[in-house]
Design a protein around this ligand. Sequence first.
Ligand SMILES: [Ca+2]
Length: 216
Amino acid sequence: MKKFSMLKSVAVSTIAVMAFAPLANGASKPSAEDKSQVQSQTPKGWLYCATEESNYETFTDRNENHSGKSCGTLRSVVANPKPFGNLMQMIKATDYVGKRLRMSAWVKTKLKSGTGQLWLRIDPDGAKGEAQAAGCFDNMDDRPIRGNTDWTKYELVVQLRPNSTDIAFGLMLIGKGQVWLDDVTFEQVGPEVPLTGKYVSGAEATTKPDNLNFEE
Ligand SMILES: [Ca+2]
């Protein structure tokens, strides 16, 4: 079952600086302030995980968008949320092995504290020895999004070594507030495009990314 295998993959990932908690099987209940169109559930194709699942919720927001009629969102629902909530996907690296990859995504934030951070992680085949076991990783730790921001395009660039097996990516909310995500795209870029990611050691995942414009 897909969700179970995802849970396993994420649980064994230690590469991402932060410890991933087990995935929630859907988000929590809508808060009182949102009575109308909130479907409090993880957007199709995406996964939700958090250090404390009940501290955040995620859903497809049909009242907000960068394109089309909807986008994904993640928000805190308690006074003092634990470090992070995360909306993410994991795919096989097959289409990009050996290439330089740029992920672009549009993000909007309304943050009372903390940061919003896109992240992109390349996982290597750990069985090929430590010398090759470093994957490329960027979580915008050096350029986090703070405060209230309108829709802005962000770019993350990583290199996939020949032993790359999986790609994981997403948007973290570290603190109190709400973040919105739309129009995530991937493209191969040339070596002249500077990396934003660094090589780190660590971990594993499925196939194609899904519902990247949140219209499904
Ligand atoms: Ca959209």
